[in-house]
Design a protein around this ligand. Sequence first.
Ligand SMILES: [Zn+2]
Ligand SMILES: [Zn+2]
Length: 305
Amino acid sequence: MSGNFHLTILGSSSATPTSNRNPSGQYLNFIDRNILIDCGEGTQSQIRRYKLKLTKIEHIFISHLHGDHYFGLPGLLSSLHLLNQTHEVHLYCFKELKEILEQIFKYSDTYLRYRLVYHFLDPKRPEVIFEDDKIQVSSFPLKHRIACCGFIFREKPSLLSVKKDMIELYKLSPHDIVKIKNGEDFLDEEGNLVKNQHLTHAPNPLLSYAYCSDTVYDELLAEILYNVSLLYHEATFCNDQKERAEVTFHSTAEQAALIAKKAQVEQLLIGHFSSRYKDTGVFVQEAKAVFEKTFLAEEGKTFVL
Ligand SMILES: [Zn+2]
Ligand SMILES: [Zn+2]
């Protein structure tokens, strides 16, 4: 794979699977980290269908405990055991999911040969839930019928790269180069200050991906989602079912687009379509009227940044 961001959609349906749509699931390869976001029924079959690596998954994020977002998880975790998975798997979820899984494993006499490490989400406030040298992941509360969290995956800034001609011009020592890579300015022999921007290549813009699982329209989200490279926002209904969206704590395609516009994101993905719509064309049509760079998060599509 080239690029630092590959997102494959495994499911785009809300509530029930249909003959051509699966419930929520997304496989994200982000700077060589393999991540699963939500795990509706059939997710592991979808991972195989799209030739993604089940045993490479290191982190699993579950937004909430409605079945269309995690009913595939016990099966997937037990398959990892059968496939001789040995590395740790980190599961980010509400604490109740641990109880549910332990009951299932107990009564099905399932034993996992690998370590499953739980990290519990806070349904009340945003927090950083994972961080390493390359990426940072935060969760934030969404407004849904039950506790629900969205996730933001952010690339962390890496060291700056120093221009070759500047190394020669100022006869930079390895010690100077380390400092400049870390963003410091430089004092030349005559004591003149040379600004860091003059010595280094402009850094690439940092990638970010926000996943807004089930949520009612909530303008306040725009602040937390501000300027992300790619936003996934649920769009369960179209405008004909606007009232139903509100009552069930879901959003319409137009509302997802309004959030994208307010948050000034670069691109928008919409999914979690109600099975009452046979044709998804109307979702993209309504969203594009508000936010042009909208795409359908449909099964098998891969988005590369
Ligand atoms: Zn759902
Ligand atoms: Zn839900």
